[in-house]
Design a protein around this ligand. Structure first.
Ligand code: SF4
Ligand code: SF4
Length: 172
């Protein structure tokens, strides 16, 4: 599994010398159960189960700061994505809300060619079980025109759908 993650991310884990620059610059490190440096270390040690079960790849914002800061060119952002895809394939959901949101967001783009906040919120709230999450804010947001019931679609939805399907296939 370590080889699969390395191949999908296009990295060599032996390049990492554990300097910690990735972790020092990560804006989400405070919320992670394994910081980026530890994720790489577990993979160096041949312990993929530790990272597949971790919340970290699902909390990662994919901002790429770690990848930009790494003196060894280890693309940690891609490692996080590769772990996420592999965990999902194995039916693991360490942070269920993140997975539900991902699916709702990608489904929204696939169906309409763009994101519709109201549809996204309804799908996410229903599937995540947070039914009342936006109950107080939604009317205020609607009154200010921040969300609406009209569903916006791009003209060539088929082209976007094919693009999304190609990306999803690439993650398979
Ligand atoms: S910045 Fe690069 S070399 Fe340093 S710990 Fe992170 S991955 Fe390893
Ligand atoms: S891509 Fe993820 S792990 Fe890297 S700095 Fe951003 S939030 Fe942290």
């Amino acid at each position: 599994m370590v080889d699969r993650i390395a191949k999908d991310a296009g990295v060599d884990f032996d390049d990492c010398y554990q300097c910690g620059k990735c972790t020092a610059g990560c804006p989400m490190a405070h919320a992670m159960d394994l910081v980026p440096r530890q994720v790489i270390r577990y993979l160096q040690l041949g312990l993929p189960d530790k990272v597949l079960a971790a919340k970290t790849p699902w909390i990662c914002a994919n901002c790429m700061t770690c990848s930009a800061r790494c003196p060894q060119g280890v693309d940690i952002d891609k490692v996080m994505l590769a772990i996420r895809h592999l965990a999902k394939k194995k039916g693991m959901q360490p942070v269920r809300e993140a997975d539900v949101f991902d699916d709702a967001f990608v489904g929204n783009i696939r169906n309409y060619g763009k994101s519709n906040e109201a549809v996204l919120a309804v799908k996410y709230n229903l599937k995540s079980g947070h039914l009342m999450q936006d109950a107080l804010n939604a009317p205020k947001m609607a009154a200010r025109g921040m969300i609406g019931l009209k569903i916006h679609k791009v003209n060539d939805r088929d082209a976007v759908r094919k693009l999304v399907d190609r990306c999803l296939k690439g993650n398979g």
